[in-house]
Design a binder for this molecule. Structure first.
Ligand code: LLP
Length: 430
């Protein structure tokens, strides 16, 4: 079905398209999902996920693809990723618990994170991973101790900070020297030496993650060139190295311009990797799930207010935080084509903050209470960053495959929200 249809305006995938003025996800009409599951509701397309995994595989045929779990950690999506042959990029013991709760192996998983706690390291060593991404020197003794306790040296990749500007929002840029991530190239030689001296650690690669939502291949090329120059600086730096993990950050269009050309990234970095016999690892999050999801919301009412006209909807900043936090612009479209004239409105939620908006200055047709809007490209960093602010229940999530939609996360109940506060039964008197 998708091949014959064009993506709806603003969407990066034909999985979301219009039929006779109505938005569909694959072979399911979106209004039917709102009736069945209520709003706000995250809707994901299985076909779109599969297409994106294929696109990454097409560009990087030899790579280990590790899905960045933080982008959307729903257990069913993790199982789907595994079924598509994808491993995992983990950044916490909690994410490891999710993969294990989903019943999935971690042999194709990497574990990054700028501050790992002993229990997280122990759990990950016990689980067995492809490797750890080390990004602070104080992790080394913890990793070595866990290796010694398990009787097997721990495989580590050193996360380098190459001081490359990824040209992205300041909050999600990670590869510049002023960022907390990775180890500066000027210090990394000493860390390689420390790893070489430690029998319970085994250096197997280098890792670089420049930031998120990159649109150009050039920063990836610059990073690999700097890492290659670093490795060439001393013989020990290449001993035992089998992998180069170029991180994630593959950007999507969000309705403006083009997504990152992953083929161009591959063309820019693979020759250097092949010349050294390093296997690529990629850690896409947003690129795999971002376009595959929408946030469905219902109109509560209109509110003309002097300076701006507001369209109040039932989803808010707690459900999708990206507009408030990064000034991110997600396309917002009516689920059913309107026939009235369009006018400019701010689409806002019910949360008690002026920063609670989903979109500003958007052209939308007149809406009545109950009309549905779709916030597009909301599959990544939407549900996974949702909170209970204003004591709101986080949205339900459904996964569509063909003409079938499955509830993959039920809407929270107020009982669940309050559970840890009702009778915690613990008092400490100093
Ligand atoms: N690898 C590492 C080490 C990362 O820190 C991240 C994301 C990724 C991979 C995946 O990046 P992606 O391919 O999804 O761009 N909440 C922000 C994005 C934060 C990204 C954090 N790290 C947002 O909503 O834009």
């Amino acid at each position: 079905m998708q091949a014959r249809r064009a993506p709806c305006a603003g969407s990066g995938t034909a999985a979301f398209h219009r039929r006779e003025g109505v938005l569909w996800c694959e072979d399911v009409p979106i209004p039917a999902l709102a009736r069945r599951f209520g709003t706000p509701l995250y809707v994901y397309s299985g076909a779109a996920l599969a297409e994106r995994v294929q696109a990454v595989r097409g560009a990087f045929p030899d790579a280990v693809v590790c899905y960045a779990v933080k982008a959307n950690s729903n257990l069913t999506l993790l199982r789907r990723m595994h079924a598509l042959g994808v491993g995992f990029d983990l950044v916490s013991g909690g994410e490891l618990r999710r993969v294990q709760a989903a019943g999935l192996p971690t042999s194709q998983a990497v574990f990054a994170g700028v501050g790992k706690e002993p229990w997280e390291i122990e759990a990950a060593v016990a689980a067995g991973l492809l490797f750890f991404n080390v990004e602070s020197e104080h992790e080394l003794p913890l990793l070595a101790a866990a290796g010694r306790a398990s009787g097997t040296p721990v495989r580590v990749a050193l996360r380098l900070n190459p001081d490359v500007d990824a040209g992205t929002h300041a909050y999600i840029s990670t590869g510049k020297k002023e960022n907390k991530f990775g180890i500066a190239l000027g210090r990394a030689g000493q860390v390689v030496d420390a790893i070489a001296r430690e029998p319970w650690l085994q250096l197997c690669g280098y890792h670089v993650h420049l930031g998120s939502q990159l649109r150009e291949a050039a920063p990836y090329a610059e990073a690999v060139a700097r890492v290659a120059a670093f490795v060439d600086g001393a013989k020990q730096r290449s001993a035992g190295v089998t992998h180069y993990d170029l991180g994630g950050g593959f950007g999507i269009a969000y309705g403006q311009g083009a997504a990152l050309d992953v083929g161009a990234v591959a063309a820019a970095v693979l020759p250097t990797l092949r010349a050294r016999g390093w296997r690529p690892v990629v850690e896409p999050g947003r690129f795999l799930v971002g376009d595959a999801g929408i946030l469905l919301t219902a109109v509560l009412g209109e509110k003309p207010q002097g300076g701006s006209d507001f369209l109040l909807v039932d989803a808010a900043m707690n459900d999708l935080m990206r507009p408030a936090l990064y000034q991110a612009e997600h396309p917002i479209v009516p689920v059913v084509d309107g026939n009235g004239p369009e006018r400019v409105v701010d689409v806002v939620g019910p949360v008690c903050e002026t920063g609670d908006f989903l979109g500003k200055r958007r052209s939308l047709p007149n809406c009545a209470r109950g009309d549905l809007l779709a916030v597009l490209a909301a599959g990544a960093y939407g549900a996974s960053m949702a909170s209970n602010y204003n004591t709101r229940r986080r949205p339900a999530e459904v996964l569509v495959d063909g003409n079938t939609a499955v509830l993959v996360r039920a809407r929270e109940t107020f009982e669940q929200l309050l559970a840890n506060e009702v009778d915690p039964d613990e008092t400490f008197v100093a």
